[in-house]
Ligand binder design. Structure first.
Ligand SMILES: [Mg+2]
Length: 222
């Protein structure tokens, strides 16, 4: 078995925007005069149903979903540059481009225009990627679309994500999974999704060099 497609997630995986995201969380709590939960707690407990998290840690019921989104958007606008591309992403894409018949894709829940702006801002050569999908709220559907359009079998595809939910979506489709342990979720939560990696041979996957090593290992590239 060899892989010929790697799909990776953007927020928290290729893009280190956790300082930006957690900064926005703290600023929201500050606005309501409530002490914010720690970064560790945030990484352990946050899910797509974020209102539950905010209410649990003391944000009043009078604060609506819309209010919190507005505060978040305002913080993001002012602190846009707190998000950085992970080191080694460009080199990683260049290396993969040299492997014959190997395809690469990004599947992200990020707003498509924002994703394009980011890729452009980091001078990521978009032509090195075979597919870029934004607005992928439904990760399972977007992953399925990606492998279908690129003509790849699930057993030859691998997906890299930094959350329990993202990894579970790929696992539901039978796509191989690499859990990125330095993103939105703690390693404990990543392991709870039972990804193929990390494992005893690759216990910590917190940079793109590690991911390149795994591809080399699976595809037997020296
Ligand atoms: Mg992510």
């Amino acid at each position: 078995m060899k892989w010929n497609l790697i799909i990776f997630d953007w927020n928290g995986t290729a893009l280190n925007d956790l300082p930006l995201v957690y900064g926005s969380v703290c600023s929201i709590f500050k606005t309501y005069g409530v002490k914010p939960p720690t970064l560790k707690t945030y990484r352990e407990e946050i899910t797509a149903d974020f209102m539950k998290f905010y209410r649990h840690y003391g944000i009043p019921k009078t604060a609506s979903h819309n209010d919190l989104n507005k505060l978040r958007a305002r913080y993001f606008e002012k602190n846009w540059n707190k998000a950085k591309l992970r080191p080694g992403v460009k080199l990683f894409l260049e290396q993969l481009d040299k492997i014959p018949d190997f395809q690469t894709a990004i599947v992200s829940a990020e707003i498509t225009e924002v994703l394009s702006q980011r890729l452009c801002g980091f001078n990521i050569i978009v032509s090195l990627l075979d597919k870029i999908i934004g607005n992928a709220w439904d990760k399972e559907k977007a992953l399925l679309d990606t492998i279908d359009t690129l003509g790849v079998k699930t057993e030859n595809a691998v997906y890299v994500d930094d959350t329990f939910d993202g990894l579970t979506a790929a696992k539901n489709l039978g796509i191989h999974t690499i859990g990125f342990t330095a993103g939105y979720n703690t390693k404990k939560r990543i392991l709870a999704a039972k990804p193929d990696f990390p494992n005893s041979k690759f216990p910590n996957i917190n940079n793109f060099r590690q991911i390149a090593k795994i591809i080399g290992y699976v595809n037997n590239i020296k």
